[in-house]
Ligand binder design. Structure first.
Ligand code: NIG
Ligand code: FE
Length: 391
């Protein structure tokens, strides 16, 4: 057992409401902000949090020299198991083409062609890139295999690198397949093969897209996955209003992701539930779509997370600081709300209480900023000020 005292913290984002002192501002309260703080880490856990002048002794000392320290980002939505290049599709969109999910087939072909070593190396490199920018917990989906073997392989590879793995056999109906037969496969043999490597199941529920799944198909798939012991999350409301949000709420999904298009009753349903709305502003950036209205959700009392959705089609960025900057500039969130959503919000979307927070007992997953305050994450967009602090 080794203890490390981290000092020189100008601003500590704890996300622990216990630190809200009388007279604190709304931002200070939300983020459980402390100034002139210190923490003690014992092996891989936080052991102590408080004012620097009250800090206990420890075996080692790390001085962050006036930096802001915060929980590592929790990226609760990413599709990292893929090969191939779709930059031409991106360029076509910038020139006015619309996104409809059709390009997924290109990635499926390239991913099936990659051998295990290559696919493993690609995922590991993407996770290392995320870590270098302050992300310490990431969810990884399958969904570019779409056969029993290729979906199970994607999850087997992902599982070696993160516990937050998601079975997304229901990403799209593969070209040439019969819809009903494919839904049967996803609920049967494919689910059986993937279950050992997956914590979660997800469905791309978008009745307006010829490629994705409608409400009935999504309900069938999600129910089968839940009965098989997987916890649920849903892609809903990305391309238009649809049944995804209500379905997620009814089935007790941890999160419904995108939420770009929401009806008034979707917002009410979310507010009355424990389902998190996960917003993915990099997708709107990369598909030239209108951004989701985070303000409407937060004001209605919905828990909001933000994540990258890193994938080769709609957002090939794994940068949580970039998502925070977009959330503030384009979705009406304050810097404090965006930072909370990228840490504690992500943790809630993954039903984790040991990440996204700096409190005794939590994992010592830490991000340090080359800046004195969390506000610099949106004030200095595109500048690599965040990194994981290894202690
Ligand atoms: O979250 N919407 C479905 N899936 C991904 C995009 C996948 C792709 O285009 O490759 C998303 O946006
Ligand atoms: Fe996605």
């Amino acid at each position: 057992m080794t203890t490390t005292l981290v000092t020189g913290i100008a601003e500590l984002v704890t996300n622990d409401p216990q630190h809200a002192r009388a007279g604190a501002s709304e931002d200070e309260r939300l983020l459980g902000l402390l100034t002139d703080a210190a923490i003690v880490v014992e092996d891989d856990r936080i052991a102590w949090v408080g004012e620097a002048r009250r800090a206990p002794d420890a075996d080692r000392r790390v001085d962050v020299d006036g930096a802001a320290l915060m929980p590592g980002f929790v990226d609760s939505h990413a599709h990292l198991v893929f090969d191939g290049d779709r930059s031409a599709e991106f360029a076509a969109r910038m020139a006015g083409e619309r996104y409809d999910g059709g390009g997924i087939a290109t990635t499926v072909a390239a991913t099936r062609d990659a051998d295990d070593d290559r696919l493993t190396a690609l995922v590991a490199r993407r996770i290392a890139e995320m870590r270098a920018q302050g992300t310490t917990c990431v969810e990884v989906k399958s969904g570019y295999g779409l056969t029993v073997e290729d979906e199970a392989r994607a999850l087997r590879i992902a599982r070696r690198l993160t516990p937050e793995t998601t079975y997304l056999g229901a990403h799209v109906v593969p070209s040439g397949s019969d819809r009903a037969a494919y839904v049967d496969l996803v609920c049967g043999e494919m689910l059986e093969a993937c279950r050992p490597y997956a914590r979660w199941a997800d469905v791309f529920c978008e009745p307006g897209s010829a490629h994705a799944f409608d409400g009935d198909e999504s309900a069938t798939i999600l129910s089968a996955c839940r009965d098989a012991g997987l916890e649920l999350r849903v892609h809903g409301g990305q391309l238009g209003e649809g049944p995804g949000v209500q379905l997620a709420v009814e089935l007790g999904a941890a999160s419904v992701d995108h939420c770009t298009y929401l009806s008034a009753s979707d917002v009410t349903a979310l507010a009355d539930s424990s389902t998190v709305a996960t917003l993915l502003p990099g997708v709107e950036f990369s598909t030239r779509s209108p951004y989701p209205d985070a303000r409407r959700l937060i004001d209605a009392g919905v828990s909001v997370a933000i994540a990258t959705d890193c994938n080769p089609g709609t957002c090939y960025s794994d940068s949580m600081p970039f998502m925070i900057a977009l959330a503030v500039r384009e979705m009406g969130m304050s810097a404090a709300e965006a930072v909370w959503a990228a840490t504690a919000g992500g943790a809630q979307a993954l039903r984790r209480d040991d990440v996204g927070v700096i409190r005794p007992g939590a994992r010592a997953d830490l991000a340090v900023l080359d800046a004195p305050s969390h506000r610099h994450l949106c004030y200095r967009p595109g500048v690599p000020i965040a990194r994981t602090l290894e202690v």
